[in-house]
Write a protein that binds this ligand. Structure first.
Ligand code: KG4
Ligand code: ZN
Length: 360
């Protein structure tokens, strides 16, 4: 286990890339002093997904209070903070600018450095968070090289982390992200938004082998594809409606939602876990890390840690879905490696993971 040999620093993180307004204070990249998340999920539920205009306006309403609350819960003022890290991208343009501008204002007013953080780098660094100061299990620091499976609403990425801030993107989804597939299938089953937790809940007691949904292995690549699976669930629903009711569109039919959810969930998790483990073998990584909203999934958490000799880093659930502690953690490693961002930076809504600046 490598011990942190970097200088101590307290980072204030701000995150507003999608529908969570969040701020957190993290010490030395690992210890969470506060973690405040204002979720808008309920506001978007009636639209069946995130409504960008609503998200942006809600961020404006809450960002100031959320930052104040994060400092208050950490019993600190801005003067005690060493740098301010904010999500610069990728994400919704109108959402990103709110947190980023808040952070710019704080940096300008306090004279503290600003660090623009890549949202996915934030998710990766959720694997470094040690929540033992808040009653969680103490967590060893990940050691390199490690394979990260990053699965969220917008991304499905398999990444080789060679060292701090040094990544090789091995592959990713060719179509839908894993979380997006959960969200879309949940909508087809009338389960609502966000789909991941709804499917997980609906799958309890369901038979994961009830329906033989396809797995896109995409052999000889580290890529993923979930759109075929999604279409297959749709065909199955239509077939069941035809068999049990008046026709493929008959919404009065009571679907076997538990079996459909369990079978779909197993098909997604099976591919994710199998490929991540192969990658660990192939790249001689002794450790695996899962991150992103979908890594909150109970089945994924169970299956990735089953029958393995290697270490698997599984962040506590509240650091899997969007939060600012992960942004502050990533910001810390950027800060101690000498990264500093100019105050006139723009939000980067489509910033690819492989265009991150390497360690200087
Ligand atoms: O990382 P995240 O909070 O936001 C993005 O950066 O996209 O991920 C949100 C995604 C959504 O698609 C949501 O349905 C999914 O994570 N998710 C889950 C679970 N909790 C959240 N998917 C499967 N099982 C869960 N328990
Ligand atoms: Zn995210």
């Amino acid at each position: 286990m490598t011990e942190n040999t970097f200088p101590p620093a307290r980072i204030l993180g701000v995150e507003s890339s999608c529908d969570e307004t969040a701020a957190a204070v993290v010490e030395n990249g690992r210890t969470v002093l506060s973690n405040v998340v204002a979720s808008q999920a309920e506001m978007h539920a009636k639209y069946g997904g995130v409504f960008p205009e609503v998200a942006s306006r809600q961020h404006i309403r809450t960002v100031y209070t959320v930052v104040e609350e994060a400092l208050a819960q950490a019993h600190l003022s801005l003067g005690d903070i060493d740098a301010i890290a904010a999500t610069q991208g990728p994400g919704l343009p109108g959402s990103l600018v709110v947190g980023l501008n808040m952070a710019k204002g704080l940096a300008l007013g306090s004279g503290k450095p600003l660090i623009g953080v890549h949202h996915l780098e934030g998710h990766l660094y959720s694997g470094w968070i040690d929540d033992s100061a808040n009653g969680g299990e103490p967590k060893p620091e990940p050691t390199f090289p490690l394979i990260a499976l990053l699965v969220s609403g917008g991304h499905t990425e398999l990444v080789l982390i060679k060292d701090h801030l040094t990544y090789e993107r091995l592959g990713g989804t060719l179509d839908d992200a894993a979380g997006e597939a959960f969200d879309k299938v949940a909508r087809m089953l009338g389960l609502g938004y966000p789909g991941g937790p709804k499917i997980q809940q609906a799958a309890v007691g369901g038979n994961p082998a009830a329906f033989k949904f396809p797995r896109a292995w995409l052999e000889d690549t580290w890529n993923f594809s979930f759109s075929g699976l999604k279409t297959s669930v749709l065909h199955q629903i239509r077939k069941l409606r035809e068999e049990l009711g008046e026709g493929p569109e008959d919404e009065t039919v009571t679907l076997p939602v538990a079996d459909l959810s369990a079978s779909f969930q197993m098909a997604v998790v099976d591919v994710l876990v199998t490929k991540a483990r192969y990658a660990a073998q192939e790249f001689k990584a002794k450790e695996l890390l899962i991150a992103g909203g979908v890594s909150a999934n109970k089945l994924l958490r169970e299956m990735i840690s089953k029958d393995t000799n290697g270490v698997v880093h599984i962040p506590p659930i509240h650091y899997c879905t969007d939060n600012a502690a992960m942004i502050a953690a990533a910001g810390y490693y950027r800060f101690v490696h000498g990264h500093k961002t100019e105050l006139d930076i723009d939000a980067l809504p489509t910033w690819p993971l492989d265009e991150l600046p390497a360690s200087p």
